[in-house]
Design a protein around this ligand. Structure first.
Ligand SMILES: Cc1cc2nc3c(=O)[nH]c(=O)nc-3n(C[C@H](O)[C@H](O)[C@H](O)COP(=O)(O)OP(=O)(O)OC[C@H]3O[C@@H](n4cnc5c(N)ncnc54)[C@H](O)[C@@H]3O)c2cc1C
Length: 465
């Protein structure tokens, strides 16, 4: 019976990136087991009313800074069509709960105040780090400055600054580990929206095709990638690893690398034998899997403003995060009359549990408030359900208050022959596509050190470092 050098669980960006790195280091006897019928994981395009839209990651975030984001490099090599996301004019597009735009000066004033507050809390974060103080939440730091956003307008602006990025509210998100964000300070502040029929997932294929064989039409035919293989048990000992999949197959290997999301790890879909040690379980359960939902809508005509400076608009409701942030996709899909509205966290979970017709009715209510009673009804709606999907259980990880770097490093640390990767293990970029890619490289390096040099110790930096 074949014993593979390494089994990789999951063929998202991190699993494929790890496998590529291992192959390049000469560890080629690998086997990738992927639960779904495709590679790409949370980078996924789908057909919506005849258009190719991204239901998972859309943006290359972190562009234009001191270091080149490796994903931006791939996107450019692949010549994927991207659109610079310009939020500069968003204060002109602020809609009141009952309708009508806020006065530009009023909205601008609120944005300036929010910007000032964000600078203040950056300093709080710096101070806490410099003085090795305990972490606090973003909300606590706002309270420290006596400036908690509470009007619908201020809450909407706050939502755009934090929830729209982290998918959890400032009450939950760690200040020290999220502000400033490494993605922006290392790779740059710019973000580009991918809208290309080839799909953002092309970046995963780009990496996969560096080591997996393909046929003449470019399809991956390599027997080392098995799709529709749901891993449900991993038995490990000091001698090796045995993996069972839902269809009853059994695979053996020297080592295993698990790339399933932190949400999947928390869900118990994969049974570890013996149980993972308490330090590992605790670290895994303390981290958060956040939910971010991109709802696409198509209309028979356009009733919203288009042209320069109109791409992003927002709705300020007394209920924080109630269909707050909108994007009109006229540039991306000319003439298609498509809007994208994003919800997160509790709203995402609520919406996932109700029929799409209810969601559509709520959204039409919001649009009528913004644009009047005579607007046309949406003909199509797409509501992705990442949280309900047992292979994801959310959209990406968010660093909650109370998790130290020491505990975070434990999420990535191997347990004997079981290695871990995934965006949630990325040293500095958890939550992002580039985080998944770089985490794959880093976890593979760790395993290569062990396999090739017998250096299998993983040292966790001391507490407080
Ligand atoms: C809605 C949404 C919006 C996002 N927006 C952005 C964005 O704009 N920019 C950005 O940079 N990032 C964004 N992200 C985050 C980004 O997509 C992820 O960080 C990244 O794709 C994660 O890659 P991964 O390899 O860590 O995990 P995954 O892509 O989840 O890969 C893990 C793989 O493991 C498989 N798997 C799970 N369980 C099993 C099992 N038991 N057996 C076998 N296989 C299993 C899964 O099917 C999956 O293919 C977004 C994500 C979502 C969902």
């Amino acid at each position: 019976e074949e014993v593979h050098a390494v089994i990789i669980v999951g063929a998202g960006m991190s699993g494929i990136s790890a496998a590529n790195k291992l192959s390049k280091a000469g560890i080629e006897n690998i086997l990738i087991l992927e639960a779904t019928n495709r590679i790409g994981g949370r980078i996924q395009k789908t057909n919506f009313a005849g258009l190719s839209v991204e239901i998972g990651a859309s943006w290359v975030e972190g562009v234009g800074g001191p270091r080149l984001n490796p994903i931006w490099d791939m996107v450019n090599r692949l010549k994927l069509t991207t659109f610079y996301s310009n939020y500069d004019n968003i204060s002109s597009n602020a809609y009141k709960q009952k309708g009508g735009l806020y006065e530009k000066s009023e909205a601008q004033k609120a944005f300036y105040a929010a910007q000032e507050l964000s600078e203040l809390i950056k300093n709080v974060s710096k101070y806490l780090k410099a003085h090795r103080q305990d972490d606090i939440s973003i909300l606590a730091s706002q309270r420290l400055k006596n400036q908690v956003p509470s009007t619908p307008l201020d809450m909407a602006i706050d939502y755009i600054a934090y929830d729209y990025e982290f998918s959890e509210p400032p009450r939950v998100t760690s200040l020290k580990n999220s502000i400033p964000l490494h993605t922006f300070s290392k790779f740059g502040e710019d973000a580009y929206f991918v809208a290309d029929s080839k799909g953002y997932e092309s970046v995963v294929y780009f990496v996969a095709k560096q080591f997996l064989t393909t046929n003449e039409s470019g399809e991956i035919t390599d027997p080392r990638l098995l799709l529709n293989k749901v891993v449900n048990e991993i038995s490990y000992s000091k001698n090796g690893v045995t993996v069972q999949t839902e269809d009853g197959s059994v695979y053996r290997a020297e080592y295993i690398m698990v790339s399933a999301s932190i949400g999947v790890l928390q869900s118990g879909l994969i049974n570890f034998k013996p149980d993972l040690p308490p330090w590992k379980i605790l670290a895994m359960y303390q981290f958060d899997m956040a939910v971010y939902t991109k709802i696409f809508l198509k209309f028979p005509d356009k009733f919203w403003p288009t042209g320069n400076g109109t791409e992003f608009f927002f709705y300020a409701h007394e209920k924080r995060g109630y269909y707050t942030i909108w994007q009109q996709l006229e540039e991306e899909y000319p003439g298609a009359n498509v809007l994208l509205v994003t919800v997160t966290d509790d709203e995402s979970r609520r919406i996932e549990q109700q029929p799409d017709s209810d969601t559509k009715a709520e959204i039409m209510g919001v649009l009528r408030a913004m644009f009047g009673m005579n607007i046309s009804e949406a003909t199509d709606i797409l509501v992705p359900r990442w949280w309900s999907d047992k292979f994801y259980r959310g959209s990406y990880s968010n660093w909650p208050i109370g998790v130290s770097r020491l505990e975070y490093d434990r999420i990535r640390a191997p347990v004997g022959r079981v290695y871990f990767t995934g965006e949630h293990t990325s040293e500095y970029f958890n939550g992002y596509v580039h985080g998944a890619y770089l985490a794959g490289v880093d976890s593979a390096k760790m395993l290569i050190r062990c396999v090739k040099h017998g250096d299998c110790c993983y040292s966790i930096p001391p507490k407080g470092s």
